[in-house]
Design a protein. Structure first.
Length: 226
């Protein structure tokens, strides 16, 4: 009953209140972001949502748009600013996702929305994670977040769904998330700036061929054109 009827109502009300309470912080970060990033403080990206419907995720920008002489974006580690690192370590870059929750694209708790190019490499069973709204936080995030393997992340996502979505379970995950944020744990994989895409991870492990890798990258691009 909670998952089907009340979860969406609670998500909407809590996110609306949260956005109202945090609106001064939101406005300050908008201004700071515009100055630090020399332009648009927001970063948007297409992600797969419930039933694999593509939506536009909203975050505060943590990296610049600097490009090389050929017009290609510079590596993440060169574009990530000190301000961006602070946003990531405090998870403040995720604050605009409250707008996604209010709109209905996301929930407070659920599997984190991965990239479209990650989704196309998932198995049929792993893609069951898209049978519910993606979350601002989730079981994988409080169980290691970026310091666990891709397989473990996806297993936690499925466990959240298969074990039964409950109000108490969601509250527990939210409180655990607050603790993680205050301790600034697992915000990025140790020794890295950005985590590896699922397809790159599988290719590196030799679990997909270069041919299959390229085919699925094309599939992802087609899905984002819809």
């Amino acid at each position: 009953m909670y998952a089907k009827c009340f979860k969406r109502i609670i998500d909407f009300i809590v996110s609306l209140i949260g956005l109202a309470v945090l609106s001064p912080v939101f406005l300050i970060l908008m201004v700071l972001g515009a100055v630090k990033m020399k332009g648009n403080p927001f970063f948007t990206q297409l992600r797969p949502g419930k039933d694999e419907k593509i939506f536009r995720l909203i975050k505060f920008r943590t990296m610049t748009c600097e490009k090389d002489a050929n017009g290609n974006l510079l590596p993440d580690e060169k574009r990530l600013t000190k301000y961006g690192k602070l946003l990531r370590s405090t998870s403040l870059d995720e604050l605009p996702e409250l707008l996604n929750i209010i709109k209905g694209d996301m929930a407070l708790v659920g599997p984190r929305p991965q990239l479209v190019r990650d989704m196309v490499f998932m198995t049929k069973e792993q893609r069951v994670r898209h049978s519910v709204r993606p979350g601002l936080t989730g079981l994988a995030q409080v169980s290691g977040r970026n310091n666990i393997t891709w397989e473990q992340k996806l297993e936690y996502d499925l466990s959240y769904i298969h074990s039964g979505i409950t109000l108490w379970g969601d509250i527990k995950i939210l409180f655990m998330t607050v603790g993680k944020v205050f301790r600034r744990e697992d915000t990025v994989r140790e020794g890295t700036v950005s985590d590896m895409d699922f397809g790159d991870y599988l290719l590196k492990k030799g679990e997909v061929t270069e041919e299959i890798y390229q085919e699925r990258q094309k599939e992802a691009k087609e899905l984002m054109r819809v």
